[in-house]
Design a protein around this ligand. Sequence first.
Ligand code: ATP
Length: 200
Amino acid sequence: MEKIGIFGGTFNPIHKGHIHLIEACCGAFSFDRVLLIPTRVPPHKQAPDLAEDKYRLEMCRLAAEDNPLLTVSDIEIKRPKKSYTYDTLVQLKKEYPNGNFYLIMGSDMFLTFRSWYCWEKMLKITALITAARENSRMKELEAEKKQLELLGGQAFVLDIPVLEISSTEVRERLKKGRDVSGMLDTKVLSYIREHDLYSK
Ligand code: ATP
């Protein structure tokens, strides 16, 4: 079996908090590969500060360049209808029939997982991995992990240093012309400047 990590998000833009989580997972789980999957945002949901799909995809590619385990997938961006994680997993299962899946997500997503479309079916085809985005949330995460296990799922909570970065904060700082160099990969930051993203 091939051990495959799956990490989805809007990545508007991808930041060091995302990369930190992926790297911690790679260290702890010895993945054969990790798929980084930017979500397609349907036109009716587009906000003024949402970068176009092609820009978010390219920023993910730049951030992934330094990690040979990482592959950026356009599976959701190419799908014409709304992207549900469940549909993505079903499609990936066909593409990687020997894949053992681990869905990676931050604590905000993990704690709401049981409201996702087809979450019970997802528990049967993937394990979940999470880590806290804010300090002092470990107890809550451990409790949710227990619940998911009682329901037959497999969940892992990583105890790693918290990096309190969000794309929202990055965008706000960029709009105000403030320094974001500690929050972004240098290549991603250059790309943002080159294409004048998030400046208005
Ligand atoms: P926004 O601020 O625009 O809502 P975001 O920073 O939450 O964006 P997303 O692209 O929505 O980023 O997140 C993708 C995934 O990465 C989610 O599972 C989210 O929980 C996780 N994540 C985001 N930031 C961090 C962080 N600093 N530490 C750990 N996980 C994170």
